[in-house]
Design a protein around this ligand. Structure first.
Ligand code: ADP
Ligand code: ZN
Ligand code: ZN
Length: 739
């Protein structure tokens, strides 16, 4: 590019100030880098205050609002080409606009940490490993004393060659070197632009059932189109993903697969690795910074052909994008709940449109938004109604808690059901979405109850740890022996958490393994895997846990699912709570009877006649969702209106509220209240006080996205400049998932 003077770049730097900073690009940069110059998307080292920081060029210009004489020059240009491809850069621009978040911060916060710290892109090269003749002839037990070496050799036996990048994630350098010294494996350079399309499978694809086949046949991969793959749990959606990806790979393109949480579903990753003989990388929060950067880079260079990742993986640069898949598209984890509050699912659709590729959203319990997009013909609805293998749909029954007595949350008839299942040598899953021993502690004499001083909430009893814990701010204290108020001795734990139900089950089934799965029990590394191992072994056992158990995992031997408390989702003020309840119950129920034996689901409730619960149980999630959709249409809630929340919190009680009153008056001046734009609030947040801060929300609903967008942009600008905005912590949440 020809250089024009003066050459100014607007740089995003890591700072709490939500704006860009202008720097000059001095001539020396051009002398050192003759064939390129400081482009948008390149990193620069700049002096910021007294420090040198790494920034990212967001814009180029020849003018500045500041005195050009006083602009500082950049210290160094750090990249010769932009870090992310143009289309992805544009996506950040779109997202920044839509979610009302500064583009530089958005981009910066999603880059691998090491790039933010100034590390250069690793040279992945084209190093591959393969077996030598000697290695190929090696017997199965020759390396018995070195099981890792044996495992590496076995892995190489299944394929021509494996990229160093991929192999070195599972095996240490020492293992590679020692096998190389024994002349069993060798390293060679493979040109990664020649992607072999003949040998991409490790194992044959399953023969699809008719309904699967017709869904797969409907999925075109030549231009943008969005498909909603709506199939009951176990209907074979993952198999369709695998076969769609196989096509993508044969077209010489990459596939990006988003999943809610990798640690809960190690089987998903394994199924991809078992099926494909191509480099696969996973991007999730458990990676070391170095591995994350390597995985990110290999996606960018095209070395990795399949990229599996959680929410932020939607921003992974791809060199030859071909297909995007969002599994469990309804899952809440796709929405970021602080800072850059994007929805990875929604951005994935926008990205697919910009890259002009297809996208599949899959779920057994699709969101109302996606179902509405199908109804409006924006997405194509592909439905699978039957389970794929031999498994059939489980049968549901209801336990009326108004009639039956419970102990530790478990009704007598439920307990009998559990006993029968265990005696038949099968497995049980007990679901209770509340961790700890009991959700409250009270004094029998004076009625004192343990409350958090920092939040509007009760302290949960964690008996095993001997502590009272606040689940909102993590405040903890020892469980008192005497009532702090009246010194009484009778402190009672009220209600049930997983710990209490677990203890009760242990008493009732002393000879059966009881495995608890919640955030407390799985803190230790490998704990989750240990549970999967027992479950997969097939021996009779009882799994008890929170929604961590509901997510994706395929428990082949569970034939009874017991939901201890179906009522918690029925009476929340959040307009999405019914949708969440239906999804959660259906997903938990879907863990039952996935193998050869039929499954049962028992639902305990005080509201057996609740109309929504009846529809869900008797007619299924599809009808249930239709019902919710018509309610949302009548009540004018998303997706029939577009919603944003202005959230504010402050240390002092009135500040957040009065700031939002100000926000409302400014907003009403920009867009007066009308049928097109409505305001609600400021209202106290669901938990008004949390971690010592008072929280309020202002709700804005608009009939059109564009209306909401222009209102929010103008409002944000005015608020940012207002002096009161520095007294509170405030943010804009577009398409909020929680109120
Ligand atoms: P989902 O992703 O919808 O839960 P999966 O793809 O995991 O469903 O399929 C559920 C089970 O059925 C798996 O064990 C899978 O191997 C098996 N399965 C899927 N499709 C077929 C098929 N066409 N033939 C035989 N078994 C299948
Ligand atoms: Zn007391
Ligand atoms: Zn608290």
């Amino acid at each position: 590019m020809a250089k024009c003077k003066p050459y100014i770049v607007r740089v995003a730097v890591p700072s709490p100030l939500r704006r860009l900073f202008d720097y000059l690009v001095p001539d020396t940069v051009f002398q050192e880098n003759t064939d390129h110059c400081a482009e948008v998307g390149c990193r620069v080292a700049v002096t910021f205050g007294r420090r040198e920081v790494i920034g990212l060029i967001i814009e180029k210009s020849t003018t500045s609002d500041f005195d050009i004489e006083k602009l500082k020059p950049i210290n160094r240009l750090m990249d010769s080409t932009p870090l992310v491809p143009d289309q992805l850069f544009d996506l950040f621009g779109w997202a920044a606009n839509y979610y009302q978040y500064p583009m530089g911060d958005a981009l910066f916060s999603t880059l691998p940490v090491l790039l933010r710290k100034g590390e250069s892109l690793p040279k992945l090269g084209t190093r591959h490993w393969r077996l030598t003749q000697k290695g190929k002839g090696l017997g199965k037990d020759s390396l018995k004393r070195a099981p890792s070496q044996q495992a590496l050799v076995e892995q190489l036996k299944t394929t021509d060659a494996v990229a160093d990048l991929v192999l070195s994630k599972d095996f240490s350098r020492a293992i590679l070197t020692s096998l190389e010294q024994k002349e069993l494996i060798e390293c060679f350079q493979k040109n990664n632009t020649e992607i072999s399309v003949s040998n991409i499978l490790n194992q044959d694809a399953l023969k699809l059932h008719d309904s699967q086949q017709s869904a797969l046949d409907s999925i075109e991969q030549h231009s943008f189109k969005c498909y909603l793959l709506d199939g009951v749990t176990g209907s074979g959606k993952t198999e369709i993903y695998l076969q769609a990806i196989e096509k993508t790979l044969r077209y010489g393109r990459q596939a990006l697969v988003l999943i809610p949480e990798i640690s809960l579903t190690p089987q998903t990753e394994k199924r991809f690795r078992d099926r494909f003989n191509v480099p696969i990388v996973t991007l999730h929060s458990g990676l070391t910074d170095k591995n994350r950067l390597a995985a990110w880079t290999s996606a960018k260079t095209g070395e990795a052909r399949i990229i599996l990742g959680t929410r932020s993986a939607v921003f992974t640069p791809l060199c030859q994008p071909g297909l995007i898949i969002v599994d469990e598209e309804h899952d809440q984890s796709y929405k970021q709940h602080e800072g850059f509050r994007y929805s990875a699912r929604d951005l994935a659709v926008i990205r697919a449109r910009r890259e002009n590729i297809s996208i599949i959203l899959g779920s057994a319990t699709p969101s109302i938004e996606s179902l509405n997009n199908c109804a409006a013909d924006r997405y194509q609805h592909l439905v699978l109604t039957d389970r794929a293998g031999k498994a059939v749909q489980p049968t549901w029954s209801i336990v009326d808690l108004k009639i039956e007595q419970c102990e530790a949350g478990i009704a007598a008839s439920t307990l009998a059901n559990i006993r029968q299942t265990i005696e038949q040598g099968q497995q049980v899953l007990v679901f209770l979405n509340r961790r700890g021993f009991a959700p409250a502690i009270i004094c029998h004499q004076c009625g004192w109850s343990g409350e958090c001083h920092h939040c509007d909430s009760r302290l949960t009893v964690h008996r095993a740890r001997g502590r009272l814990v606040c689940h909102h701010c993590d405040y903890q204290q020892r469980i008192p022996h005497l009532c702090p108020n009246c010194q009484g001795q009778e402190l009672i734990s009220v209600g049930e958490g997983t710990e209490r139900s677990e203890a009760h089950l242990e008493k009732c089934f002393p000879n059966t393994k009881i495995l608890r799965v919640d955030r407390d029990s799985t803190r230790k590394k490998g704990a989750m895997q240990a549970v999967f191992d027992v479950a997969d072994s097939g021996e009779p056992c009882i799994l008890i846990g929170t929604q961590m158990l509901a997510k994706g995992h395929h428990f082949a031997n569970v034939t009874l699912v017991a939901v201890l408390d179906a009522d918690s989702g029925l009476f929340s003020p959040d307009f999405r709570s019914h949708e969440r309840m239906g999804q959660l119950l259906t997903q938990v129920a879907g863990r039952s009877g996935r193998g050869d034996l039929p499954g049962k689901v028992v639902i305990q409730t005080h509201q057996p006649q609740h109309p929504l619960l009846e529809i869900l149980i008797n007619k299924g999630y599809g009808f249930f969702a239709q019902q919710l959709m018509s309610e949302r249409r009548i009540t004018q809630l998303p997706p029939f209106r577009h919603m944003a929340l202005i959230r504010a919190e402050s240390d002092r009680a009135n500040e957040a509220e009065s700031f939002l009153r100000l926000a409302r008056s400014i907003a009403e001046r920009i867009s007066p209240p009308s049928p097109l734009v409505t305001y609600l609030g400021p209202l106290p947040a669901m938990l008004e006080k949390r971690a010592g801060r008072f929280r309020f929300v202002l709700q804005i609903n608009a009939s059109k996205r564009s209306l909401l967008q222009s209102l929010l942009s103008a409002l944000a600008l005015t608020l940012e400049e207002h002096k009161d905005s520095r007294r509170v912590r405030w943010s804009i949440d577009v398409d909020p998932q929680e109120i």
